[in-house]
Write a protein that binds this ligand. Structure first.
Ligand code: ZN
Ligand code: ZN
Length: 320
């Protein structure tokens, strides 16, 4: 699962000076626009679990966050993929890291003040930033991994760019980054407990150019507590519905596909109007169906027609 597919976040490209480590220990080497301030040296040094990102916002000192989906008067916008790029000492612009799910501010922000920065031994202004992200969502690429070129023709003298996805070169670049993020983070991005949503995301991947073979997934899937209402169901309704089915699916009329651990024909009792949607746990709202039909009743494109058919062919059902 990759970032773009998880809901197409807006993307902001930010030019920063070149450092081998953005941990606050090096002076950035200027490339391209440069100027501004030196705070970007610490863009990947978390402070209390958050990374504070700085970049050259000249000439306007303003990020037009409306272009990233913000409301007109908003001061900031969340959920942005911020890509930092820099000019290598030997030339050529490359991606050096990114913040996923970042908050981008319209104007330069001053930190709460706990972390004064130093430059060449001199105390300078308090940390300033225009983007923030949780440290866990911040990725700095090692120098050897800085392989994604940012073509010079895409950028000019400005310090930040809103990629124009209608342009093939921008699209290719964003897709490469998207793919790199996918490789770094695997399936944990976009992992979900919702099976219908999972399928939707999988099909987006199948259709996308970022879909490639290779290691997907994780050895440590994340567990999550799911809070949901479960309805207690009457075994007598199940017994009666199964009894009436006599081992055949109420929908396709074929015999149950296998016998279960009790040596009984296996069918699943399904509420035609779902309990979660106000259906009643009554024989006149329940059918016994084979696993195929059951899945189709829940997930099939034609499920509404199947329900109509059930109401026609299973006489005990009472539509409501
Ligand atoms: Zn069936
Ligand atoms: Zn069901």
């Amino acid at each position: 699962m990759t970032v773009l597919e998880a809901g197409k976040p807006p993307v902001l490209f930010c030019r920063i000076g070149w450092c081998t480590q953005y941990d606050g220990s090096e002076d950035p080497i200027r490339g391209g626009a440069g100027g501004g301030n030196d705070h970007e040296r610490a863009n990947f040094k978390p402070f209390k679990g958050t990374c504070y990102g700085c970049f050259t916002s000249k000439p306007h000192r303003t990020v037009y966050i409306e272009k990233l989906g913000a409301a007109r008067r908003a001061d900031s916008v969340p959920g942005v993929l911020v890509v930092f790029f820099a000019t290598r000492p030997k030339g050529g612009q490359v991606v050096v890291g990114w913040y996923r799910n970042a908050t981008v501010y319209r104007k330069l922000q001053e930190s709460p003040g706990e972390r004064p920065e130093r430059s060449r031994g001199k105390r300078i202004r308090k940390l300033e930033y225009m983007v923030t992200a949780h440290a866990a969502n911040s990725t700095q690429l090692d120098v050897a991994d800085r392989q994604i070129d940012v073509p010079a023709e895409l950028t000019g003298a400005a310090g930040h760019y809103y990629p124009d996805m209608k342009m093939a070169a921008w699209r290719r670049l964003v897709e490469r980054i998207d793919h790199a993020i996918g490789e770094k983070f695997g399936v944990e991005d976009g992992a979900t407990t919702d099976y219908v949503e999972l399928l939707r995301r999988a099909h987006t991947i199948i259709r996308s150019t970022a879909n490639a073979d290779g290691d997907a997934g994780t050895d440590k899937p994340t567990a999550t507590e799911v809070k949901r209402q479960e309805f207690k169901r009457s075994p007598r309704v199940v017994a009666q519905v199964l009894g009436k089915a006599e081992g055949r699916c109420d929908l396709c009329k074929r015999p149950s596909p296998f016998v279960d651990a009790n040596d009984e024909p296996y069918l699943e009792v399904h509420h035609v109007r779902l309990l979660s949607e106000g259906g009643v746990d009554r024989v006149y709202n329940a059918v016994a169906v084979c696993p195929n039909c059951h899945r189709e009743l829940h997930f099939g494109a034609g499920r509404k027609d199947l329900i109509k058919r059930l109401y026609r062919i299973v006489r005990r059902l009472r539509p409501r």
